[in-house]
Ligand binder design. Sequence first.
Ligand code: F6P
Length: 506
Amino acid sequence: MSEAFKAAWAQLAKHSDPTLADLFAADPQRVDKFTGRLELGEGGILFDWSKTHLTDALIADFTALAEAAGFDEMRRRMFAGEVVNPTENRAAEHSALRGVGREASVEEAAALRERMKLLVQAIHDGALGEVKHLIHVGIGGSALGPALAVDALGRDLALVDVHVVSNIDGVALEEAFAACDPQTTLLAVASKTFTTIETMTNAQSALDWLAANGVADPAGRVIALTAAPEKAVEWGVDETRILPFAESVGGRYSIWSSIGFPVAVAIGWEDFQAFLDGAAAVDRHFRDTAGAANLPLRAAFSDLYYARIKGAETRAVFAYDERLGLLPDYLQQLEMESNGKSVTAEGDPVDGPTAPITWGGVGTDAQHAVFQLLHQGTHLVPIDFIASIAPGDALDPAHHRILLMNCFAQGAALMAGKQSEDPARSYPGNRPSATILCDDLDPATVGALIAFHEHRTFANAVLMGINPFDQFGVELGKEIAKKIEKGGEQFDPSTEALLAKAGLAG
Ligand code: F6P
């Protein structure tokens, strides 16, 4: 890490600690100053960081840090399709999938997307016979994005009933079988590598289920979504039903590739394209906006202030919208798999904490379960509240009104606190939150929300000097599982005892 980078961090640690109440009292323009808006054609998203401890002085010092960290150059490299993942010598070209990036990659992605569009439309037109259900097997980045997007956007209008199955636990697949008619079910096998044991085992069992239930050509019902098409061919998928994507697209950034196939099948091509376009609007904003007006970068300033300067070990995300119930799960992988690192991009030990633990839930449910700790517990937990002004339901407007009022009330209560003579009834207040308020939760907005978080995660990584695009930490456990399966190796006494107890000792 350069001396300038270290000095910028040292400078950030010198700030005093005004309370949120002090900050509001001192600056009548605070709401305007710390609020940003992203325009998305018909609607948009408002970001309000005024209830965080960001100040003009902190923003200035974080901006200096971004400069010292070479943020502009790293961002340029990412959009240019240059190597930004040095440990794997790879680019990270997820934005090219939505049309923003290196020209050749954008063109290649457009051609692959056209191929996917034809298949999706053929399915909707009945070319593969009647299709009522789609079982999508995949895990991690090959499942969390499709699950989130289908759940958020496919609720009312799903053209096809999609089931995303990730867990190797057969209970998950059996649940999907119980909900699907094999005669009208397609099987999507989603795996970047096409080797992941959970996915390949589930795929085989789903294929067996189709065969056992009298489907004449089970292999003909399979669509492969992968960056390793040759492996899909080996596995027996016909080339015409393989939808490839580029190696330079990371698993947790792959919802925009053919991994998004079940989303397009569920919501139709036009809405899927709108989902990509919403993400592309964020790409252009992130690529072209300098300094703190850049919304993902500003979010990273807030994240890093709490995680690195104030030592917050977690950050919480509460979606006050049932349709975003899976967003915390999605963000857990995006943020923790990207930035849960202990070494810098150069391989040196980091000199501060990296990604906090991302967790969360839906409001108002979470209020009645975990908010006690947020209001009165001893942990510092910066919170993001996410909501939509337009309702997702057609019931009495009271539902949505109460939902939104509760969302805003929680942010207000966390900040204001309340003193009481009885310590058990006192609220310390001065607890930070940001609010992300969407005009509506349409496909473009959901795409934009996801892309905003991708770039926020990247900005966090650059300002910590780490590589967000590798994930070697997931490998060791997989290796040991393979050794256990192979047998003949001795492990620690606890593991040996557990294996023996479960009848799995080699
Ligand atoms: O084990 C982690 C991981 O490699 C993720 O990064 C990835 O999204 C997931 O497994 C699934 O991998 P694949 O798409 O290759 O099956």
